[in-house]
Write a protein that binds this ligand. Structure first.
Ligand SMILES: [Zn+2]
Length: 74
């Protein structure tokens, strides 16, 4: 199979997403809200002061993400 066949297939398979201004603003707001909520969830569980009491599962699950985002850890 040649490369041009793959590129032609990719070109015909794509569908542009057309949204109105209001729907685009709502999608942007929802995406930012979800991102901020995820950022808060990653940063809230410190391990020593855990959200769910004396349980560090959330902290350990997002541990690498905490380091990547610069939260203080250990
Ligand atoms: Zn750490």
């Amino acid at each position: 199979m040649s490369t041009s066949t793959t590129l032609d297939g990719a070109r015909t398979g794509s569908t542009p997403v057309v949204l109105g201004g209001t729907r685009a603003a709502l999608w942007l707001f929802g995406t930012v809200l979800l991102g901020v909520a995820l950022y808060y969830f990653i940063g809230i569980d410190q391990g020593a002061t855990s959200v769910f009491g004396n349980d560090t599962h959330v902290h350990e699950f997002v541990h690498d993400a905490r380091h990547f985002l610069g939260f203080p850890c250990h």
